[in-house]
Design a protein around this ligand. Sequence first.
Ligand code: NAD
Ligand code: DAU
Length: 340
Amino acid sequence: MTRRKLLITGGAGFIGGNFVRYMVDKYPDYDIYNLDLLTYAGDLSKHQNIEKKTNYHFIQCDIANREGIFNRFKNEKFDFIVHFAAESHVDRSITDPEIFIKTNVMGTQILLDAAKEYNVSKFLHVSTDEVYGELDFNPSTFFTEETPLQPNSPYSASKASSDLLVRAYHETYGLPVNITRCSNNYGPYHFPEKLIPLTISRVLNDQTVPVYGNGANIRDWLHVFDHCTALDLVLHEGKDGEVYNVGGHNERTNLEVVKTIIKALDKSNDLIEFVEDRLGHDKRYAIDPTKLEALGWDPTYNFDTGIEQTIEWYLSNKEWWESIISGEYREYFKKQYSVK
Ligand code: NAD
Ligand code: DAU
């Protein structure tokens, strides 16, 4: 039987990295190619346990480099693609939107061209619930796959643009695609610029935690391992051309999230510092996952069990996040939070 070739873009980042490890272990009969530029958000130290496995391969390449991407497709003849590679941080998109257009829009279009040229059998585009914009605080409203796209940040606008290109390549050229739109992830190897790992790392160092505005904004948190099982399912069972929302009904205000972590680490709420609000800060995200559940998806973690596992992981893997916060991240933090 010929081995199938799976290309995972952005597999040195947070979610892509967890997905690479999950797939390498689960599918020894697939050849898995992790293609990543290794920006500030990518690192390969997280793959030490799999790098010697014969079904794992790494390619360093920019998805916005057409020649580089086409050469790879020509050489490897990938069967399917799961596309994570992106600029992913909303705050960075507010300060510097341009790279978000280059990577998230142009990079996706180049991958779509290559997938079309080399007849891949599935292009799974990993998108976000942020493309739907924001919900109000009425707890009975949710994002469904039919919710109109109304992105509010340069990041979410770039993701919505890439979603529309993926849809267009299906409608125009018949490319077999799926789009998944997941809520906020958390778990191992989450880069410490994002709320949960930022809070854990700062609380462990007895540093203040910056909470934007009044902390009442709501996010719907999903453990990254549950996102991985959802993507595996859609890759193999998703109906061509369909969009699937991913989320597990775990809504929390930002203040609740921060207080939960502080309590679990036995520290004081005095560490909370309310700071200037994010520009265009979306009020609330909440996913209706009915369509994915009908495909057979059943998440393992709720927020209580997931945050416990995550805090344990950060306690046991200090060397990973300490090396990040001691590098160029320090300059980013000072600039973002106007620290003198
Ligand atoms: P991340 O920032 O942790 O990782 C992004 C990865 O992409 C990094 O390894 C980086 O080196 C790589 N990359 C960036 N630009 C590249 C380029 N030009 N060419 C090749 N590689 C490049 O991101 P994440 O949080 O793991 O998110 C992954 C994907 O999932 C993104 O597409 C994001 O929009 C989506 N998503 C994220 C969340 C979340 O909560 N983090 C939720 C839903 C969807
Ligand atoms: O919903 C999915 C999205 O979730 C993904 O598409 C994005 O890639 C991912 O970064 C995430 O976006 P958010 O903006 O929701 O995540 P972030 O961790 O940056 O912020 C979560 C909430 O916490 C948000 O309401 C802003 C707030 N926040 C964030 C930071 C970094 C703070 O109050 N203080 C902070 O210092």
